[in-house]
Design a protein around this ligand. Structure first.
Ligand code: FAD
Length: 500
């Protein structure tokens, strides 16, 4: 059997974007494999922020154009005039159309802050816009850019072995086997009140086919519950970091409440929505206290058809979520809201949530750097006290390299998981293309050096973003401008030019 130049494990946004970048630069002896039996509608909505869009543009202009076409781009015709005033730290003008911003309010309904959602605002400020897109639409859009035979579903990677004697890595896969639920990849759906969860399981005959592929390089983009990471870290100094750690935070949500009584709807509209389709509510009294990491926050959304929904982000011990039916999740959410003094109207909305529409998701993390200085809430099931000094779990070894969530997955509070993975894709594409051009596929020191370069560039950025994610409430108030400059406004193309 032939040897691929590159096998990408995982056809999520990051794996596909990497493959597109390589393919466009002439590396077409490549394959992307995914465990899913067939590509289908799963996953949540994503914000692609200026830095992520810049990375896609760098990887492939056609992909960038297609993603922009598929994504939901908001254009506010007044945004250019509002440039100077519409800023997160300044008072926004009263006549701003609220649907172009994501407002933050306190429990009394006072507006604290807002984030513009309008494409042009970010384009002017950071050299690229922002858009929202569902995970599935992003995957589908990217998948369709590659020739169909380069992306293979129903290939679940179960092992990766370095084969120095044949100058490649071997990737063992199974196909046509009931796909196991992946507890980290998607929402766990709660079917009913009978204490049973319908996991993300597809049913098809229990036939097991194993297959081995061989490649000069394996790029592991298999998400936060990465199999390749597990294999890479087994029997290594990093074995304690093979599995994702619970971050201490979880989401409890209701995807749809269609029958909101008129009086409640009016009250929520007057005090909170005020015409906005989405907003976040939190207790700003708690926010003022710097020890407030994990302050519960409630994202409320309202569709144009009038249906409402919410996502409550709250610090919770993991065991509190185990085996919870929809009804028990409602109770848990109510307890959390009560503890944080959320107003009656919001609690009432939660109380009437249909249990079949309830969702829960614990958030996991692969920390880029394990050190005492990165805060973790006491609810996390970590042994971080066991570590002293600084540990940087390696992202590459031999012919295998981790990318995206497999390297540094994290809770979505700063909306950077996919965006950072796309930046990884840009960096690795550049380095691997250089290896190919110099025909260094078998030059192990040069490959090791390329992986080191990738880590040197990416790890410090990931450290600061993970820190911002875990300290979210502090950052919102104090360092937002600096953060935007550092994360959104960088010139990605220039960074790539300087890489080699
Ligand atoms: C509620 C929520 C909101 C979010 N919002 C944002 C946001 O606004 N902005 C943002 O940038 N990010 C956001 N994220 C994070 C974002 O979804 C992830 O960071 C991103 O999807 C990571 O991409 P990935 O390709 O690395 O991994 P994934 O998207 O997890 O894809 C991994 C792929 O690998 C496949 N796979 C897994 N195991 C195997 C195996 N053994 N063999 C073969 N294939 C395998 C999976 O089937 C999957 O297709 C959010 C996440 C959540 C949960």
């Amino acid at each position: 059997m032939g040897i691929y130049d590159v096998v990408v494990v995982g056809a999520g946004p990051v794996g596909l974007a990497t493959a597109i970048g390589l393919y466009r630069r002439g590396i077409d002896n490549l394959l992307v494999i995914d465990q899913t039996r067939s590509f289908r509608k799963v996953g949540q909505g994503l914000s692609l922020l200026p830095n992520g869009l810049k990375a896609i543009k760098y990887l492939d202009f056609q992909a960038y154009e297609q993603v922009k076409k598929t994504g939901n781009i908001l254009f506010n015709p007044n945004s250019l005039n509002q440039q100077k005033t519409s800023d997160r730290t300044t008072q926004r003008p009263k006549n701003t159309n609220p649907s172009f911003e994501w407002v933050q309010k306190n429990c009394q309904g006072q507006r604290l802050d807002s984030t513009p959602l309008d494409y042009n605002y970010w384009l002017q400020k950071c050299g690229e816009g922002r858009l929202s897109i569902s995970w599935y639409d992003l995957q589908t859009t990217l998948r369709h850019i590659l020739p169909q035979d380069l992306v293979k579903p129903n290939h679940r990677c179960i092992n990766v072995i370095n084969e120095p004697e044949s100058g490649c890595a071997r990737i063992d896969c199974v196909s046509n086997k009931t796909a196991e639920a992946n507890p980290y990849a998607h929402w766990t759906e709660v079917a009913s009140d009978n204490n049973q969860q319908t996991a993300n399981v597809e049913s098809f005959p229990q036939q097991l086919q194993t297959k081995s592929l061989r490649a000069k390089l394996v790029i592991a983009a298999d998400g936060i519950n990465s199999t390749v990471r597990n294999i890479l870290y087994a029997n290594s100094p990093y074995h304690a970091f093979a599995q994702p750690e619970y971050s201490g935070f979880a989401a409890i949500g209701c995807r749809e409440i269609s029958e909101v009584p008129n009086a409640l709807s009016t009250e929520l509209e007057a005090k909170f929505f005020e015409g906005s389709p989405i907003l976040t509510v939190f207790d700003d009294q708690v926010l003022a206290d710097s020890k407030s990491v994990g302050n519960p926050s409630m994202i409320l959304f309202r569709r144009s058809s009038g249906q409402m929904g919410y996502v409550l982000h709250t610090p919770l011990p993991l065991e509190n979520l185990n085996d919870k039916s929809g009804g028990l999740l409602v109770e848990l959410a109510l307890q959390e809201l009560e503890k944080a003094n959320f107003p009656n109207s919001i609690r009432e909305l939660v109380r009437i949530s249909p249990s079949v529409n309830m969702l829960q998701r614990p958030y996991y993390i692969h920390r880029a750097i394990i050190s005492d200085s990165i805060p973790f809430p006491s609810t996390a099931n970590l042994n971080s006290g066991d570590y002293t000094g600084k540990i940087e779990p390696a992202w590459g070894n031999n012919r295998v390299v981790l990318i995206g969530d497999a390297a540094h997955g994290m809770p979505p509070f700063m909306g950077q998981g996919a965006n950072q993975g796309l930046e990884d894709a840009g960096v690795l594409t550049t380095l691997v293309t250089n290896l190919a051009q110099e025909n260094n596929w078998d030059n192990m020191p040069v490959i090791a050096e390329a992986f080191e370069k990738y880590e040197r560039l990416r790890r410090p950025i990931m450290e600061s973003i993970q820190e911002a994610t875990l300290r979210q409430s502090d950052w919102y108030q104090k360092e937002w401008q600096e953060y935007q400059q550092k994360v959104y406004c960088r010139n990605f193309e220039q960074e790539m030019e300087a890489l080699l």
